[in-house]
Design a protein around this ligand. Structure first.
Ligand SMILES: NC(=O)c1ccc[n+]([C@@H]2O[C@H](COP(=O)([O-])OP(=O)(O)OC[C@H]3O[C@@H](n4cnc5c(N)ncnc54)[C@H](OP(=O)(O)O)[C@@H]3O)[C@@H](O)[C@H]2O)c1
Length: 349
């Protein structure tokens, strides 16, 4: 089977994107090919050239980038029995990941190869542009919360028992944060969230027990008060300045003393080293590592399909469709650089 494919090519770091023909790559064992109908954009997709080299030094050029895919399965590789052609799915595209590093597996094209175990069916009630908001943010949150080298929390499931332990999500109104709140809640943890006050209702509606203003000078004291004597099972630190505020909380609360940071590793090293003196262990998340361990399949195949279908999990934040066609993706990236609040920018294809 073959289909004429078109991709948004990045000829070299910092160069303008170009729409052009791309090969159709059939799926290997454990892979599916998806006709991409919607993609979301993330900061890493539109980095200036020198930052591309820093963040993704292995990336081969010309490259195709993009991580967030929603669409329909057109072909399945050997051994794939869970998904069939015609299924509506969302999936994390790994083309820019060091271990994959090939254009065929990135989001910004009409036909993308996805790993079957990082792909979830989308219920009929969920429009594909809204489903596209999930993958990278979901993967990043799940990696931080559940991988043993980060917080190592219990995995999410249907109707979880209350664990009597608290998880702090600093930056809960980000795309990563809205997923972290829901994942931790669906794993039975009490969730404390920080955001700006205009997003308090959002983070509480996703399952946070309390929301605290991340810009308030009293945020640390308020959080410690809310944690009380109960154990703090772990903290997910999202956003600039999040480690400066969360280390004092993790140092003073009883519990694991662990923080998983969504900040780039290069920015986490020094604050992480300093935090050790306060008995706090900081680790830096790379949102793709879960594909290589039990966390990826547990979330994408074990938990998410039923949770989306039952409404126990929401595709958050709200999608804002900003254009149609691959040529609209660079505009979406420019828009993203201006900043968004509790929205994910999406382009339909
Ligand atoms: N390590 C990885 O693999 C990985 C993967 C994906 C993303 N990330 C990182 O995770 C972070 C969030 O990315 P995203 O795409 O989820 O964000 P996003 O959806 O673009 O987040 C937008 C929200 O960020 C909040 N915000 C702005 N500045 C903040 C700060 N200094 N601290 C906390 N919240 C802040 C704002 O919320 P309020 O209006 O409520 O203030 C705004 O609603 C970024 O730093 C990104 O680089 C890391």
């Amino acid at each position: 089977m073959t289909h004429p494919n078109t991709a948004l090519w990045l000829p070299k770091p910092g160069a303008p994107f170009e729409v052009g023909p791309a090969p159709y790559t059939p799926p290997a064992a454990g892979e599916v090919v998806v006709r991409v109908r919607a993609v979301a954009v993330n900061p890493i997709d539109g980095l200036p050239g020198f930052l591309y080299r820093l963040a993704l030094p292995w990336l081969a050029f010309p490259a195709v980038v993009g991580s967030d895919v929603a669409g329909e399965v057109v072909e399945t590789g050997p051994g794939v029995t869970r998904l069939r052609p015609g299924d509506r799915v969302l999936g994390h595209a790994f083309g820019v990941d060091a271990s994959r590093n090939r254009p065929a597996e990135s989001a910004f094209q009409h036909y993308a190869v996805l790993l079957e175990h990082m792909t979830s069916p989308v219920p009929g009630s969920l429009p594909l542009p809204q489903a596209a908001v999930l993958p990278l943010a979901l993967s990043t949150a799940a990696t931080g919360l559940f991988q043993p080298d980060h917080l190592g929390l219990a995995l999410p499931g249907a109707g979880p028992a209350e664990r009597g332990e608290t998880v702090l999500v600093w930056g809960a109104s980000t795309s990563v944060g809205t997923n972290a709140v829901q994942l931790a809640r669906n794993a039975g943890y009490r969730v404390l969230a920080t955001s700006s006050p205009h997003n308090f209702d959002l983070v509480r509606s996703l399952g946070a027990a309390h929301a605290v203003d991340r810009n308030s000078p009293t945020a640390v004291a308020e959080l410690l008060d809310l944690i009380g004597d109960g154990p703090l099972a772990g903290t997910l630190a999202i956003g600039a300045g999040s480690l400066r505020r969360t280390v004092p909380v993790a140092a003073r609360a009883t519990g694991s003393g662990r923080i998983a940071s969504a900040r780039p590793a290069v920015l986490t090293r020094v604050p992480g080293w300093l935090a050790r003196w306060r008995g706090v262990r900081v680790s830096s998340i790379w949102g793709g590592t879960l594909k290589d361990n039990e966390v990826g399949p547990a979330v994408y195949t074990g938990f998410l399909p039923a949770a989306l279908a039952s409404g126990a999990y929401r595709a958050a934040p709200d999608a804002l469709v900003v254009g149609h066609g691959l040529a609209a993706v660079p505009d979406a990236l420019r828009e993203l650089r201006k900043g968004v609040s509790a929205r994910k920018l999406v382009v339909t294809l």
